[in-house]
Design a protein around this ligand. Structure first.
Ligand SMILES: NC(=O)c1ccc[n+]([C@@H]2O[C@H](COP(=O)([O-])OP(=O)(O)OC[C@H]3O[C@@H](n4cnc5c(N)ncnc54)[C@H](O)[C@@H]3O)[C@@H](O)[C@H]2O)c1
Length: 310
């Protein structure tokens, strides 16, 4: 049976352990004694919840639990592990020290993965001897349900990327996107940009926090299950987006300045869906099909939202 280690048994580590165990891995979870006790309770509760949601059968609950072991010894945790996932608190110093230790005690072939949300993976990799085996595997919470993991490619780790992609897609049944190394990766950086703007808007007193949340949930949030920002821009018209950003950059600041690529796309008549080409290329019947799908999805989301009153 494949073995794996998860270092840090907090919110993410406990969830990542469940995801690996559900995929058939023997998991060793490492943390301080009292944290491990709490983690075991959390894991049991999560498994019970997944059974209630009919994602797991009762007998699978037990099997997943049986495959997770806990230890306070780092050496025992990583013994025979194929991949070690670091999910300790978000401190660069702590992570670098841990990776230095892991690099010393793990076999040459073992992949060392960090779940950091914000640090550049190379800042950690550069500090260990075998930097080619350090990779970012950025899970989202809750790890056992969220469908996508960002895999972070550095200047050093290209040889292991295929192995990591195969592990996540074939064994853990996740969708993956391989991203170049950068602070915050991609998803967290996008989330940070939205939150930074939300804080500015709040600070300017334009709306209350709850009204801003309401606007996001009932406007942007209705679109995101179907469309990403580039698809939304293609649908709205890149000329329209360019003009809006020109104006916003003059009034609100450089962060809204359109990139050169957008300007040249508009100059070339690549305006999105209406001209058949923007960030994507569109067949003639795209709009008709997509609007039908969009309307159905909006109704579905409204039905879900009406049940979710928190
Ligand atoms: N919370 C999220 O939604 C989320 C999502 C994606 C990524 N992340 C990242 O995952 C990592 C863990 O986040 P979390 O939310 O699970 O944090 P958490 O605080 O719930 O858990 C961190 C764990 O690290 C342990 N720890 C601290 N120092 C340690 C050490 N020296 N050795 C071993 N364990 C140690 C703590 O005891 C704790 O159990 C962070 O890097 C975070 O940025 C978090």
């Amino acid at each position: 049976m494949y073995k794996t280690a998860v270092i840090g048994a907090g919110l993410m580590g406990s969830g990542i352990a469940i995801a690996y165990s559900a995929a058939g891995y023997q998991v060793m979870l490492f943390d301080f004694e009292e944290v491990l006790k709490k983690s075991l309770e959390n894991i049991k509760n999560i498994l019970a919840e997944l059974s209630r949601l009919q994602i797991l059968k009762n007998e699978d609950q037990n099997k997943i639990l049986e495959r997770i072991s806990m230890t306070t010894s780092l050496e025992d945790a990583v013994k025979d592990a194929e991949i070690v996932t670091e999910a300790v608190s978000e401190s660069l110093e702590l992570k670098i020290n841990l990776f230095k230790q892991l690099d010393e005690i793990c076999g040459k072939e073992v992949i060392l993965a960090s779940n950091t949300s914000s640090f550049k993976i190379s800042e950690i990799a550069q500090r260990v001897n075998r930097k080619q085996r350090v990779v970012g595997t950025h899970w989202w919470n809750p790890p056992y349900l969220m469908p996508l993991v960002e895999i972070i490619r550095t200047d050093f780790n290209s040889e292991i990327i295929e192995r990591v992609v195969n592990l996540f897609t074939k064994t853990l049944k996740k969708q993956v996107v391989v991203c170049k190394d950068s602070p915050g990766g991609v998803g967290v950086r996008l989330q940070a940009a939205l939150f930074a703007e939300a804080m500015k808007i709040y600070d300017e007193g334009l709306v209350s926090a709850s009204d801003l949340d309401k606007i996001v949930k009932l406007t942007l949030g209705m679109r995101y299950p179907l469309f990403g920002p580039f698809q939304i821009a293609d649908l709205g018209g890149l000329d329209v987006f360019l003009h809006a950003h020109d104006y916003l950059s003059k009034r609100l600041g450089e962060r809204f300045t359109p990139i050169r690529r957008l300007v040249s796309m508009v100059e070339n008549g690549e305006l999105g869906v209406k001209t058949g080409k923007g960030f994507y290329t569109y067949p003639k019947d795209y709009l008709e099909k997509v609007l039908k799908k969009r309307n159905e999805t909006i109704l579905e989301i409204l039905r879900i939202q009406s049940k979710f009153d928190v």
